[in-house]
Design a protein around this ligand. Sequence first.
Ligand SMILES: CCC/C=C/C(=O)SCCNC(=O)CCNC(=O)[C@H](O)C(C)(C)COP(=O)([O-])OP(=O)([O-])OC[C@H]1O[C@@H](n2cnc3c(N)ncnc32)[C@H](O)[C@@H]1OP(=O)([O-])[O-]
Ligand SMILES: NC(=O)C1=CN([C@@H]2O[C@H](COP(=O)(O)OP(=O)(O)OC[C@H]3O[C@@H](n4cnc5c(N)ncnc54)[C@H](OP(=O)(O)O)[C@@H]3O)[C@@H](O)[C@H]2O)C=CC1
Length: 279
Amino acid sequence: MFEKGLLKGKRILVTGGGSGLGAAMGRRFVELGAELIICGRRLELLEQTAALMRADLGGKVSVARCDIRDGAAVDVMMDALWREAPLDVLVNNAAATFIAQTEHLSFRAADAILAPTLHGAMYCTLAAGKRWIETAHKGVVLSILSTSTITGRAFTVPSAMAKSAVLAMTKSLAVEWGPKGIRTVAIAPGAFPTPGASGQLRPEGRDEGWASKNPLGRVGEHGELADLASFLISDRAGYINGEMVVLDGGSHLRSSGAEDLLQWTDAQWEKQRAARSKG
Ligand SMILES: CCC/C=C/C(=O)SCCNC(=O)CCNC(=O)[C@H](O)C(C)(C)COP(=O)([O-])OP(=O)([O-])OC[C@H]1O[C@@H](n2cnc3c(N)ncnc32)[C@H](O)[C@@H]1OP(=O)([O-])[O-]
Ligand SMILES: NC(=O)C1=CN([C@@H]2O[C@H](COP(=O)(O)OP(=O)(O)OC[C@H]3O[C@@H](n4cnc5c(N)ncnc54)[C@H](OP(=O)(O)O)[C@@H]3O)[C@@H](O)[C@H]2O)C=CC1
């Protein structure tokens, strides 16, 4: 689909790149010639993912263990990366969510979502942006958001709040950092099944309508997201700034995707909470 070497010479950090959509995007970036770094909390998972990519694609892929909720740890990671060479692209992909009745969320539970999804994305963006600006190096920040930024979303309120805040960051920095050579862009994926998303959002017994309720009758393919991400971070998208591209088959035009949960009984929610406390 793209010219070979579209991303050649680009050094890209994907947060949460050890699994799911982060790994799918990273793999495509390497196929297109980029040098990839993936970060997350589980070092073993990162190393497995990187080893697979290197074996399959032969590119340069390295890993960094980092909990992005910790700003100091983000700075340590960025210093280590910059010692080798500056990044060219940051992909804010790491995030957390789970379904819950909002009135049952403790403050700690709200923070468990806001800390990686909002603060983590902000820390990584600040850490990369400062370094780019200090050295007049061009950069791109791509943030993986959600259509909850458009519709809101019941039962995943902290996630919808965090994603909306990162969209506000994307639009605001487009103006503030655009003149400094930094583009900020975003993607709002619809349903792209991954073990992480299914585990957190699709407990057993939840309506299986992800595909059937989509106007196109299907869920998204990881390759479709990886292609859009590759284009947005490439120089060919050099005039796209402050924009969020929706990739959901038109799903959010029909519903926010949470309405089935309005039918859940107290017993179902009780079971969901119990499953969490056992886990
Ligand atoms: C919306 C669509 C778009 C987005 C899609 C995606 O993001 S897909 C990507 C999806 N991928 C991911 O999400 C991957 C990343 N996920 C993670 O890192 C973790 O699963 C976590 C941080 C979400 C929870 O970590 P953990 O289980 O180790 O939690 P902890 O021990 O740190 O506890 C902190 C507080 O949270 C509470 N609490 C926790 N769960 C629930 C619950 N289900 N119910 C209620 N509450 C819950 C817990 O009780 C505690 O509060 P307390 O009792 O002390 O007042
Ligand atoms: N799949 C879908 O349908 C949709 C996904 N999205 C978004 O796509 C992105 C990827 O989701 P998906 O691939 O499905 O889910 P995953 O659960 O596979 O991805 C989350 C990744 O984030 C990492 N992560 C979580 N917390 C932290 C942290 N504190 N520090 C560093 N890394 C962290 C995890 O690694 P580790 O646990 O090792 O730290 C994991 O690799 C997320 O932003 C999600 O909100 C948006 C809409 C729909």
